[in-house]
Design a protein around this ligand. Structure first.
Ligand code: NAD
Length: 260
């Protein structure tokens, strides 16, 4: 379905970004990976997912907190496979502390990585999408783009911000075949969440299994984690013809978290 298209997924060397990169590769899109850590393992996993279509995979290690590196990545991505048709803004970090104790440098990095990077990639990707009269921008927000949780001021502010950016980008491009939508996951068991589970277990002197149960029980009525593969399939849906007229939604996949 996506043969001949190119998808750039930020923060795709782990967790949700890697799941989405694999899902898009399964549909035949060439992939530009980004992020830190296990680059070779991620590249191999995405190549394997796209094997049937002979997809190509490139990588750029831009730090999403640095606009100059983001510009370099966007030029690189266009140079590799023509142009970016599908942009998935996924890179993100978390830090947990009450507002009065929130480290200022952590606030700045979370706003830069979880919000401003999406503005930069989007402004740089749009002209080619507009010229082609087809494009998909998918912002990985969170349930925290819709509701708040204590101790997560920077994250919740950034995620509400990216839902706003999603709506405006969708409106400005609604008539020209370029859609922009946000995905709002609840708990997904990735390294970002594992850190919070480990901290909960350590603080309360309970097992990881018990901490998992507590975490889900507090917020998620389905009592299970969403998987990166399920989120990948939702991203594919937005890229399918069924997504042609879906503009500016913040689509939760959260086991009922925000239905309460
Ligand atoms: P993760 O820690 O598994 O992956 C984060 C990815 O971002 C990694 O590839 C990492 O290398 C990359 N990254 C981090 N800082 C970067 C930087 N400065 N520049 C470039 N890349 C950088 O986390 P995840 O859980 O897969 O999170 C992915 C996205 O999903 C984030 O935006 C997160 O807020 C969002 N999200 C996660 C959950 C969850 O429960 N895990 C829920 C809702 C939303």
């Amino acid at each position: 379905m996506l043969n001949g298209k190119t998808a750039l997924v930020t923060g795709s060397t782990s967790g949700i970004g890697l799941g989405i990169a694999k899902a898009l590769a399964r549909q035949g899109a060439n992939i530009v990976l980004n992020g830190f850590g296990d680059v070779d393992g991620s590249r191999a996993a995405v190549l394997d997912a796209g094997k049937a279509h002979g997809v190509k995979v490139a990588y750029h290690g831009a730090d999403m907190s640095r606009p100059a590196e983001i510009e370099d990545m966007m030029k690189y991505a266009a140079g590799q496979f023509g142009q970016v048709d599908i942009l998935v803004n996924n890179a993100g970090i978390q830090h947990v502390a009450p507002v009065q104790d929130f480290p200022v440098e952590k606030w700045d990095s979370i706003i830069a990585i979880n919000l401003s990077s999406a503005f930069h990639t989007t402004r740089l990707a749009l002209p080619a999408m507009q010229a082609a009269k087809w494009g998909r921008i998918i912002n990985i927000a969170s349930v925290h783009g819709l509701v708040g949780s204590a101790q997560k001021s920077a994250y919740v502010a950034a995620k509400h911000g990216i839902v706003g950016l999603t709506k405006v980008t969708a409106l400005e491009n609604a008539a020209i075949g370029v859609t922009c939508n946000a995905i709002c996951p609840g708990w997904v068991l990735t390294p970002l969440v594992q850190k919070q589970i480990d901290a909960k277990a350590a603080e309360q002197g309970i097992s990881i299994e018990e901490a998992n149960k507590q975490l889900l029980g507090e917020k998620e009525p389905s009592l299970r984690f969403t998987t990166p593969d399920e989120l990948g399939d939702l991203a594919v849906f937005f890229c399918s013809p069924a997504g042609n007229n879906i503009c500016g939604v913040a689509w939760n996949m959260d086991g009922g978290w925000t239905a309460q």
